[in-house]
Unconditional design. Structure first.
Length: 238
């Protein structure tokens, strides 16, 4: 196999991916498959930060649609991502992978409050750091939180692990004629309004010259192939 192309990565993990074929919550077998992929890469010595979404539990926009105050609904969404961070930490620890949860919203006894230097120390000590609570601010998403944490920890690469196998010309779940890109630029992704990542997250990656790889977390061994520099999903480049 080829040599490792990154030293430190930030993995944005879809919350919805954690529910596998179910309609809500966590699917044990799917979670185990994700943990296996993270373990494979951690075993190579790659430092791994993770931002996990909340789509398997709650999204603020859904709460707002049913009449909730948006900022309150977003706080609930952020708490959902903390729950996912704890579920992921538990599954990683059970598999023997050291992991630490850090939260953007302070919740005593649940995880450490996010602090950049401490996060880097955990990474250097070989712990997977799971960032819960998004950015800590309403009206944002975990995509933007991922781009932010990737920049803060000095990641070489941001990865978006999701349910589709890359960036398409349109949402492949809605348009079966959509075609997948192997590579495109941030300028192209923003100009074409490609909805796989929010525009704020695309823009932050572009500004920070942070390459992004979008891939399906359901493909066994995909994460390992990416850190070995092999083609997988779509690469978005500055
Ligand atoms: N141009 C596109 N290319 C690929 N996927 C797209 C595109 N436009 C929209 N999507 C949709 O974006 C989804 C992934 O992003 P989304 O933010 O909805 O979920 P997520 O990152 O999986 O987070 P969570 O489930 O935690 O909210 C895909 O499942 C896909 O249906
Ligand atoms: O910085 C953030 C990140 C997230 N939220 C809220 O959490 C949910 C779940 O996150 P997803 O990115 O949609 O998976 C999101 O819908 C927001 O309600 C937030 O407020 N701020």
């Amino acid at each position: 196999m080829t040599s490792i192309t990154c030293r430190r990565i930030l993995l944005k993990l879809s919350g919805e991916a954690l529910m596998g074929p179910d309609a809500f919550g966590y699917h044990g077998e799917t979670l185990a498959g994700i943990v296996k992929q993270i373990d494979e890469v951690a075993a190579l010595g790659v430092e791994i930060g993770i931002v996990v979404g909340g789509g398997n539990l709650f999204r603020g926009a859904t709460g707002a649609l049913s009449g909730m105050d948006r900022a309150t609904a977003d706080s609930m969404g952020m708490l959902a991502t903390v729950m996912n961070a704890l579920a992921l930490k538990d599954a990683l620890m059970a598999a023997g992978v050291p992991a630490q949860v850090m939260t953007a919203v302070t919740i005593a006894h649940v995880g450490e409050p996010f602090e950049r230097d401490a996060a880097v120390r955990h990474l250097e000590a070989g712990r997977v750091v799971i960032f819960g609570g998004g950015t800590g601010n309403p009206f944002f998403t975990t995509d933007t939180a991922a781009a932010l944490r990737a920049a803060e920890i000095g990641a070489d690469l941001m990865l978006k692990a999701t349910k589709v196998d890359g960036v398409y010309s349109a949402d492949p779940k809605k348009d079966p004629s959509a075609t997948r890109y192997d590579e495109l630029t941030f300028d192209e992704a923003i100009a074409r309004n490609l909805g796989v990542l929010d525009t704020a997250a695309f823009a932050l990656c572009r500004e920070q010259k942070m390459p992004l790889q979008v891939f399906s977390i359901f493909k066994a061994g995909a994460l390992k192939r990416i850190v070995h520099g092999e083609a997988e999903g779509t690469r978005v480049v500055p």
